[in-house]
Design a protein around this ligand. Structure first.
Ligand SMILES: Cc1cc2nc3c(=O)[nH]c(=O)nc-3n(C[C@H](O)[C@H](O)[C@H](O)COP(=O)(O)OP(=O)(O)OC[C@H]3O[C@@H](n4cnc5c(N)ncnc54)[C@H](O)[C@@H]3O)c2cc1C
Length: 283
């Protein structure tokens, strides 16, 4: 049954832990909940969130209502090398499930505090791999109707999909994975986590890359060469470990965070003449 909580701190909803309260947090616990919810609530009446690891919520604002799917809202289902995962499922839990099933292919996401739905909407990727390589079809809910669409209709691009513009709710995802020895998969998962720990502030309050890599450049390199790596304004720091990450060391408001992002963008434009495009979503 749909669960609604009131006055929920955004610290609990966003990995960057912005200050502020969501008036309502709506947690959809089943496919039926998603169908009923979307039948009576237009998408512009709420903010759709996964695990909030790529999102900032515009704040302050009146009547902020956040909707997310609980991890077990849709059952996991396997047929051969195809597996259906719930959009609300966390990467951590999904890695455990896939290791147990002996299915390889999603290890590149290991260690990231994301949900499957958010990873599909963002076409999450790294190290030359992305979700679009694995997704075969997507189950959507919109206006109280449910349908499966093939991956070829998802308009996947660089950190992009149709779901940002259509405001459809991704409820589950079918992936084609490769059978493999669970011990090997576990090793791959641990290797991926180590690789991330070595290069990203994985344990800090952060939201992942601030900017997309402009064609022919790495955003982190541009920011570092502009002298901004490790700089701090109040509690917000351009990570000294990875210059395309912001870290919240204490209290950060939406306005303060956007001021830092705008500053970084302006300095990079000044120094390199390159326009950076935000990867993090402002919801
Ligand atoms: C330490 C760290 C490392 C990271 N490394 C990477 C990386 O290597 N590569 C990479 O691509 N990203 C990376 N990220 C960013 C982030 O994890 C990804 O963008 C991820 O896909 C976001 O998932 P989420 O569930 O947290 O989405 P959220 O931040 O909750 O949402 C992101 C967007 O997806 C939409 N959305 C979420 N769920 C749904 C749904 N069910 N239906 C429709 N729309 C939905 C939201 O409305 C929003 O627009 C990293 C983040 C952190 C904190």
């Amino acid at each position: 049954m749909t669960q609604i909580s009131y006055r929920v701190p955004m610290r609990q909803l966003l990995t960057f832990q912005l200050e502020g309260l969501a008036d309502e947090l709506v947690e959809l616990q089943s496919l039926d909940d998603a169908i009923h919810w979307t039948a009576i609530h237009p998408p512009d009446s709420y903010v759709m969130l996964g695990r909030g690891s790529n999102s900032l919520i515009r704040f302050p604002r009146d009547g902020l209502r956040v909707v997310r799917l609980t991890p077990n809202s849709i059952p996991i289902h396997r047929e051969g090398n195809l597996v259906q995962l719930p959009a609300g499922g966390t990467m951590k839990k999904m890695q455990d499930v896939l290791i147990e099933m002996g299915l390889s292919g999603l290890e590149f996401g290991a260690g990231v505090p994301a949900s499957v739905g958010g990873m599909v909407a963002m076409n999450f990727g790294c190290w030359g791999e992305c979700m679009a390589d694995r997704v075969t079809r997507i189950q959507l809910v919109q206006g109280g109707k449910v349908e499966w669409v093939p991956a070829s209709d998802a308009h996947f691009g660089y950190r992009a999909s149709r779901f940002h513009t259509t405001q459809e709710m991704v409820v589950s995802v079918e992936l084609r994975l490769t059978p493999s020895d669970p011990l090997d998969i576990r090793q791959q998962v641990q290797g991926a986590i180590q690789r991330r720990l070595a290069s990203q502030p994985l344990r800090a309050k952060t939201f992942g890359s601030i900017f997309k890599n402009p064609s022919g450049y790495f955003a982190a390199q541009l920011i570092e060469q502009a002298g901004l790596k490790g700089q701090r304004w109040g509690d917000i720091e351009v990570s000294g470990q990875h210059a395309n990450f912001l870290v919240n060391h204490g209290v950060a408001t939406y306005q303060e965070t956007m001021a830092v992002i705008d500053h970084v963008r302006a300095v990079v434009k000044d120094v390199h003449g390159v326009e950076l495009e935000m990867e993090v979503k402002q919801l």
